[in-house]
Design a protein around this ligand. Structure first.
Ligand code: NDP
Length: 334
C-alpha cells in the first residue's frame, strides 16, 4: 500500500506488488508459532475505507503507507511449533497480503471443512459477507417480519446481497433486487427473487413505485438507491444500512434527499458493523450455514482473480462493479 488514494485506488500506484522480501521456508524462526502459506484472500469494499488518514472515531485502523494490506484469508500450515496446529491444517483468519506469513501467536480458526466446500467459500458464502447478511437479517429484520412484507436489496448479485435475497425469500418476503448489468440481473433472478432489475437501465424510483411500498430496505450502495427507498418506504419501514459503496471513492458524499421520510414514515435506520454482531450469531451461523450451502439450499457465485500481483486490480474491480460474485484472490494453489 503506497499512498492514500484521492478517488478510486490505482493498481500499480496505490497498491504495488513488491517482490523484494524473501523467506527461507525451512529455517525462518517461528518463535513458537506457525508458518502459513496463504492460499486465498478476500477482496472487500471496506478495504477502500481503510485507505485514509487516521480518525480517532473510526472502528477500523487505516492501512499504513508502505505496509501490506490485511484481510480475511485461508491458508495452510507449512511448519508449526504450536501444538494446536500441524502441517497441512487449513486455517481461516486475518492475513497480510503476502505469500507466506510467520504467526508467532496465531489467532486462527481451524477449518475441519467436513462439508467439503471449496476453501474460498469460507471467505464468502460461509465467511464474513454471509455472516454480515445472516447476522443483521436475524437482528434487524426477522423479529419484525409480517406476512406480505416487501424487501428491496441493492448490489444483489454480490457477496452480501445475494445471501440477503435468499434469506428473505426463505422467510416468505417479496424481494425486489437491483444489480448493475443484465447478466447480474439474470443471476439474481435465478436466486428466486420476485423482481430483479438493472439500475443502470431502469429507474429505481419507477420500479419501487410500481412494486412497493417497501417494508425493508437492505442498503449496500447508498446514494440514489437510498433516496428512492426512502421515497417508497412503507409506514414503520426498517432500513438495514450495511454499506454505501457509491460513496467510497467520491470526494464529497452524495447528498441524500428525502431524509424527512424518517419522520413521516417512522422509519428505523439500523447502521451496523458485522463484528459487533459476531459474538451473538457466529455459533449459530457456523453450525448451520456450511450445511445449508453443501445441500444447495443457499447458492453462491465467486469471482476469482489469480495471483497476489493482481490484488490491486481486484479491489478496483469490486469498487467499480466489474466483479460478478464474491471476489477472491487466489494467491497460491495448494
Ligand atoms: P459485492 O460483491 O456486492 O461487490 C460490490 C458491488 O457493489 C459491485 O459489484 C457493484 O455491483 C456495486 N457497486 C459498485 N460501485 C457502485 C456504485 N457506485 N453504485 C452502486 N453500486 C455499486 O460486495 P460485498 O457484497 O462484499 O459488499 C456489499 C456492501 O456490503 C458494501 O457496501 C460493503 O461495504 C458492505 N459490507 C458491510 C459490512 C458491515 O459490517 N456493515 C460487512 C461486509 C460488507 P453492481 O454491478 O450491481 O452495481
Amino acid at each position: 500500500y503506497s499512498e492514500i488514494p484521492t478517488g478510486y485506488p490505482v493498481p500499480g500506484k496505490t497498491l504495488v506488488y513488491d517482490e523484494s522480501q524473501t523467506i527461507d521456508l525451512d529455517n525462518e524462526p517461528l518463535h513458537g508459532g506457525i508458518l502459513v502459506k496463504v492460499l486465498v484472500l478476500s477482496i472487500d469494499p471496506y478495504l477502500r475505507r481503510r485507505m485514509q488518514e487516521p480518525s480517532p472515531l473510526d472502528f477500523f485502523p487505516p492501512f499504513k503507507v508502505g505496509e501490506p494490506l490485511d484481510n480475511s484469508g485461508v491458508g495452510v500450515v507449512v511448519r508449526s511449533e504450536n501444538p494446536s496446529f500441524k502441517p497441512g491444517d487449513h486455517v481461516l483468519g486475518r492475513f497480510l497480503f503476502q505469500q507466506y506469513l510467520v504467526l508467532p501467536d496465531p489467532k486462527l480458526r481451524k477449518l475441519d471443512n467436513r462439508e467439503g466446500l471449496s476453501l474460498s467459500a469460507y471467505l464468502g458464502v460461509c465467511g464474513v459477507p454471509a455472516q454480515t447478511a445472516h447476522h443483521a437479517w436475524r437482528e434487524y429484520a426477522q423479529p419484525k417480519i409480517k406476512k406480505g412484507d416487501v424487501l428491496f436489496v441493492t448490489a444483489a448479485s454480490g457477496a452480501v446481497g445475494a445471501i440477503v435475497a435468499q434469506l428473505a425469500k426463505a422467510d416468505g418476503l417479496k424481494v425486489i433486487a437491483s444489480a448493475g448489468s443484465d447478466e447480474k440481473v439474470e443471476y439474481v433472478r435465478s436466486l428466486g427473487v420476485d423482481v430483479a432489475f438493472n439500475y443502470k437501465k431502469v429507474s429505481t424510483r419507477e420500479v419501487l413505485q410500481k412494486e412497493g411500498p417497501i417494508n425493508f430496505y437492505w442498503d449496500n450502495v447508498g446514494g440514489e438507491s437510498l433516496e428512492a427507498a426512502l421515497e417508497f418506504a412503507a409506514q414503520k419501514a426498517t432500513f438495514i444500512i450495511c454499506g454505501m459503496i457509491s460513496n467510497y471513492n467520491t470526494k464529497e458524499p452524495y447528498n441524500v434527499k428525502n431524509l424527512q421520510q424518517l419522520v413521516w414514515r417512522e422509519i428505523t435506520f439500523n447502521g451496523f458493523l458485522v463484528g459487533s454482531l459476531m459474538p451473538k450469531y457466529d455459533d449459530e451461523f457456523f453450525a448451520t450455514m456450511p450445511a445449508r450451502v453443501a445441500k444447495g439450499e443457499i447458492k453462491y457465485k465467486e469471482h476469482f482473480v489469480k495471483g497476489l500481483e493482481n490484488a490491486g486490480q481486484a479491489l478496483l474491480d469490486v469498487l467499480s462493479g466489474e466483479n460478478f460474485g464474491k471476489s477472491v484472490v487466489v494467491v497460491s494453489e495448494e
